[in-house]
Ligand binder design. Structure first.
Ligand code: GDP
Ligand code: MG
Length: 163
């Protein structure tokens, strides 16, 4: 499938929760990939009649901080290579971490469209805390709650424009 949406970000920001929401009840494309791609899940999704593949990255197995960061870096580099659109997910409850900054640096060097997806905005009281993510230097912010689904429609409306 030609339209690929990769979800990247550090652990615990909510990537898999969004992936599950987008691919729910749809057939997952798994077990067709080997090597480094074992840490990736591929699923099919659709929005306003446009089909696309969603990639969930993560599930890192690492025994040191260095290996761990290298694994995340690798996932981001693969995403830049193969994705049509990259969703860079961050967590409004933690703000920007060093790993977020590192991922942002990689994504800024890539030539793929990046959507900064600020997750865990379960209520509007957290909107003010989202603003800090503009300093990642990756443009517009898409505030969502993967848990409730809030904001995901607005995000997908923009994503499918890149297909
Ligand atoms: P991943 O490591 O990036 O794949 O993150 P997960 O999807 O596994 O989620 C990590 C934790 O954050 C889990 O406990 C989720 O239930 C929680 N989580 C994910 N999305 C949301 C959200 O929108 N709001 C809140 N409050 N928690 C969330
Ligand atoms: Mg996950």
């Amino acid at each position: 499938m030609s339209n690929i949406v990769a979800i990247v970000g550090r652990p615990n920001v909510g990537k898999s929760t969004l992936y599950n929401r987008l691919t729910e009840s749809r057939k997952a494309i798994v077990d067709d990939f080997s090597g480094v791609t074992r840490d990736r899940h591929y699923g099919v999704s659709e929005w306003i009649g446009r089909q696309f593949t969603v990639i969930d990255t993560g599930g890192y197995v690492a025994n040191s901080v260095d290996v761990f960061e290298a694994a995340i870096r690798e996932q981001v580099i693969i995403a830049i290579e193969e994705a049509t659109v990259i969703l860079f997910m961050v967590d409004v409850t933690t703000g920007i971490t060093d790993l977020d900054d590192e991922i942002a640096n990689l994504l800024r060097k890539g030539k793929k469209p990046v959507f900064v997806v600020v997750n865990k905005l379960d209520n509007t009281a957290l909107l003010a805390d989202s603003m800090v993510f503009y300093s990642l230097g990756l443009g517009e912010l898409y505030n969502i709650s993967s848990m409730t689904g809030s904001g995901t429609g607005e995000l997908l409306d923009e994503v499918v424009k890149h297909f």
